[in-house]
Design a binder for this molecule. Structure first.
Ligand code: 5AD
Ligand code: SF4
Length: 458
């Protein structure tokens, strides 16, 4: 098709044709990845098709993250890049936390954005698309009381044997650096039956491992089918009863919601994988106080001790922020000491990024970027050393891995150990979704190589 070539400075006109193809680009956390997958499924159910990699799409959804950096600025440059060589552009939707935080400001700054839709409203995308085909811009950043999940189609067949399932959204903790309580709203737990139904649909669609997601996943509460009050560990036990589900994981947890029941589940529920992502953010109690974390380094370490006591092989993971306002060298050394003590299997670390509207953004003693850079480097060096140590210690072990995707070479597949390590293995006769036993042969920082242990014929 020949499209008129518009000079760069002329705004490409709003496309009013109903889109036939789409692309969803998700940034940020797993919750956004999950939301992105649900959008793809919903648009597919509307009769639209996903554009192949590299091809033009009629509709592009940018599912944005607002947690760090100048995320909003990045969105504006991404929008600019959607203009095609002939001067036209796709229908553009900005979804996710930037949409929630900036709302109508986005369409004011970037008039080429057709749709702004928040994380609690994306089930309305089809209606919003219809509005755009009438020539209007569409904005929906409501946080409705009715759950968007009820309006989304049932989970279809999945491409991978691993699936995400959001069970809890929002946050009431108000850490002073964090935008989540503002963009994702108050803590809500999805009902037990909705979660079980979605898990069954995922399993029917070929999923064998489910990762339960929530900003504070372990704060989940609800009632089971018999009306009995349940906490997160009860939900895990309920899901573990589903016969064709092989593995359960969860993230992200808050230390203050690590109940005795959840710790016990790590010992008792075989399907619950020995991996715990438990952010601490800092090893300094005065910084933790300024962050409004409501725990100390000691209380955090005590939780890890309890978990390790019942599940000695547990792989630990965490999140850290360096350069929070007022962080002294002594505070930072306390973080380094905590990291040395815990020896995480993996961990994420970030430079503090002031987020508009959060209390920490207005605190005195913001830390110069050079200091943050230097601290981040030291922290990441330690974390990497421990990660390599953790992976190296696995060499020689015989472990079950769940095959998740094809490798680069013929017959090669990539699977995960119970401890979330990626393993490359040559297993031409195995299918994705199979659980196979491998002997771990060698380890790099990010993955291991394994050899298939042939099962003896019965
Ligand atoms: N600056 C830097 N890191 C942040 N995080 C959250 N907010 C900020 C911020 N303003 C990090 C925390 C959190 C992870 C998801 O992102 O470590 O656990
Ligand atoms: Fe943000 Fe703190 Fe809530 Fe985590 S617990 S989402 S860091 S406010």
């Amino acid at each position: 098709m020949n499209r008129p070539v518009l000079p760069k400075h002329i705004q490409a006109p709003r496309s009013t044709a109903a889109p036939a193809t789409f692309r969803v680009k998700s940034f940020g956390c797993q919750m956004n990845v999950y939301d992105g997958e649900r959008m793809v499924e919903m648009l597919g159910a509307q009769g639209m098709t996903a554009a192949p990699e590299g091809a033009d799409a009629d509709l592009v959804v940018l599912n944005t993250c607002h947690i760090r950096e100048k995320a909003a600025e990045k969105v504006y440059s991404d929008i600019g890049r959607l203009r095609r060589d002939d001067g036209t552009r796709p229908m553009i939707a900005v979804a996710g936390c930037v949409a929630q935080a900036e709302g109508a400001e986005i369409s004011r700054r970037a008039p080429s954005v057709d749709i702004v839709v928040g994380p609690q409203a994306y089930h309305n995308l089809p209606k919003l698309i219809a509005k755009v085909t009438q020539g209007e811009q569409a904005l929906d950043t409501d946080m409705p009381t009715a759950s968007k999940f009820d309006a989304l189609p049932t989970r279809p067949r999945q491409a991978r044997p691993t699936g995400f399932l959001t069970i809890q959204e929002g946050c009431d903790k108000f850490c002073t650096y964090c935008v989540v309580p503002y963009t994702r709203g108050a803590e809500i737990s999805r009902p037990w039956s909705a979660i079980l139904d979605e898990a069954k649909a995922l399993i029917d669609g070929g999923v064998r491992e489910i990762t339960l997601l929530g900003q504070n996943v372990n704060a989940w509460t609800g009632e089971d089918v018999r009306g009995r009050p349940q906490c997160f560990d009860g939900l895990i036990r309920g899901l573990a009863d589903l016969p064709d589900l092989a593995r359960i994981r969860y993230m992200t947890s808050h230390p203050n919601d690590m109940t005795e029941g959840l710790i016990a589940a790590h010992a008792e529920v075989e399907k619950l994988m020995p991996f715990l992502h438990l952010p601490v953010q800092s090893g300094s109690n005065s910084i933790l106080k300024a962050m409004n974390r409501n725990h100390t380094a000691e209380s955090y370490l005590a939780i890890l001790e309890k978990v390790r006591a019942v599940r000695p092989d547990i792989a630990l993971s965490g999140d850290f922020i360096v350069g929070f306002p007022g962080e002294t060298e002594t505070d930072f050394e306390a973080t380094m000491a905590l990291v040395e003590q815990v020896r995480y299997a993996m961990a994420y670390s970030f430079k503090y990024s002031p987020r508009p509207g959060t209390p920490a953004a207005d605190m005195d003693r913001q830390i110069p970027v050079e200091v943050m850079d230097e601290r981040l480097q030291r922290l990441q060096a330690a974390i990497n050393t421990h990660q390599v140590e953790f992976n190296s210690a696995s060499v020689g072990k015989r472990v079950p891995i769940l095959l998740e995707r094809e490798g680069r070479y013929p017959g090669q597949k990539i699977g995960k150990t119970p401890w979330l390590q990626s393993v490359h293995v040559v297993a031409p006769d195995s299918a994705l979704g199979d659980m196979i036993d491998v002997e771990l042969l060698s380890a790099g920082p990010n993955s291991l190589a394994g050899a298939l242990i042939e099962r003896k014929a019965a």
